[in-house]
Design a protein around this ligand. Structure first.
Ligand SMILES: Cc1cc2nc3c(=O)[nH]c(=O)nc-3n(C[C@H](O)[C@H](O)[C@H](O)COP(=O)(O)OP(=O)(O)OC[C@H]3O[C@@H](n4cnc5c(N)ncnc54)[C@H](O)[C@@H]3O)c2cc1C
Length: 362
């Protein structure tokens, strides 16, 4: 279809990737976000090869390579310091044709914003309602503004306000059962080799470091805890949870900056059967919030963006028809990611204790 006008709600990685792809398809794009300043939640993210390939397709291949970490191998250790396994990522890269890139989230967002044009995102614009008819769709904002277009992309994240409108009912997010702390520290060989993703596992907990650009490690810790457990000082809490763990883990806890460390209770949502309603498409976490245990939430948002824009561009029956095709192409794929990530989490974090505690994450 030609000459469409798209309204995108949410300027996270899903919304921005979609905005860039829509623009490249020649569509007019209006993007809105409720915040007054765009700041990504979380310190780092690993973009696996499928996510990086979307960025390549959007013409951002060199940019992502410049901010990505050189992660060439993976090593697992037990909480008593025994090496469990170590392997090169080269066979994976050779097979799929693209390296994965762990990146700092502020740099990923900066890259996407620069390409889309930060000045093109309308901030302080909280979408509160949607209306549509046979010819157009309108987003209504808390500040009274209305935006009308041919298609609306709901990339408004895990707490999506538009999700209930699309699926016809509100849904509760599910607590996956563990708390994650994450941040960035200067890379150092006494923490981990600078080309390695090192993971320490035991007692259903995990401590991990992976290289990102700028000679830093993105670190994260996972600890199974009851929902609502009060947070103390992050260093003190982590020192207690990882008392007696190998020296690199204790060093990491000494070096992290508690004020710049994030703490998040991990949730997902039940896989959805419906991703679209008329001219409105859910995308990214709004469509499929997943536990991060496969490192696929953001990568799936990237895939969504490309698939959605591809159907808009290559089919021409109607916008509604293109969105139905998007739903059909994505619904099983994203449900599978949610289900497998939950399984992996249950195994790693002790909800299926008969299975070994291992697995890839973030
Ligand atoms: C600890 C952790 C680790 C992770 N690790 C990885 C990983 O390694 N690899 C990976 O691929 N994924 C990972 N993920 C998942 C990834 O972070 C998400 O899938 C991704 O950020 C989702 O992007 P999004 O654009 O859909 O949503 P968001 O980034 O949440 O963006 C939503 C945007 O919508 C705006 N918004 C919300 N409501 C409204 C409204 N009503 N009106 C206007 N604007 C609104 C928000 O302000 C926000 O800017 C991880 C997640 C967590 C929690």
């Amino acid at each position: 279809m030609e000459n469409l006008k798209a309204i995108v709600i949410g300027a996270g990685m899903g919304g921005l990737a979609t905005g860039i792809a829509l623009r490249q398809a020649g569509y007019a794009v209006e993007m809105y976000d409720r915040v007054s300043e765009l700041r990504p939640a979380g310190a780092g993210i690993s973009l696996w090869s499928n996510g990086v390939k979307v960025l390549n397709r959007l013409g951002l291949g060199k940019d992502i390579a410049a901010i990505g970490g050189a992660m060439e191998q993976v090593a697992y250790y037990s909480n008593t310091g025994e090496k469990l396994t170590a392997f090169s990522l080269k066979p994976l890269v050779d097979r799929v044709g693209q390296a994965p890139y762990p990146v700092a989230r502020t740099e990923l967002q900066g890259m996407l914003l620069e390409r889309f044009g930060a000045e093109n995102v309308q901030l302080q614009s909280k979408c509160v309602a949607i209306e549509q008819d046979d010819h157009s769709v309108t987003a209504i904002f808390e500040n009274g503004h209305k935006a009308t277009g041919d298609v609306l992309v709901a990339a408004d994240g895990t707490h999506s306000m538009i999700r209930p409108y699309v699926i016809g009912q509100p849904i509760e997010r599910r607590y996956v059962g563990y708390v994650n702390w994450n941040g960035l520290v200067p890379a150092s060989e006494d923490l981990a080799p600078k080309n390695s993703w090192d993971v320490y596992v035991g007692e259903h907990k995990r401590a991990s470091m992976m290289p990102v650009g700028g000679d830093r490690f993105y670190f994260f810790f996972d600890v199974p805890l009851p929902k609502g457990t009060a947070a103390g000082d992050h260093r003190e809490d982590l020192s207690g949870f990882f008392d007696g763990w190998p020296a690199p883990v204790r060093r990491l806890i000494d070096r992290l900056d508690p004020a710049k460390t994030n703490r998040v209770e991990i949730h997902d949502i039940e896989p959805l059967q419906t991703l679209v309603r008329g001219r409105v498409a859910l995308l990214g976490d709004a469509a499929h919030s997943t536990a991060p245990d496969l490192g696929q939430g953001g990568c799936q948002a990237m895939e969504d963006a490309l698939v959605l824009v591809n159907f808009l561009q290559t089919t021409n029956l109607s916008v509604e028809d293109a969105l139905q095709r998007y739903e059909a192409a994505r619904v099983d794929r994203v449900a599978d990611v949610i289900t497998r990530a939950r399984k992996r989490s249950n195994m790693t974090h002790g909800k299926e204790p008969e299975k070994p505690s291992s697995g890839m994450k973030n």
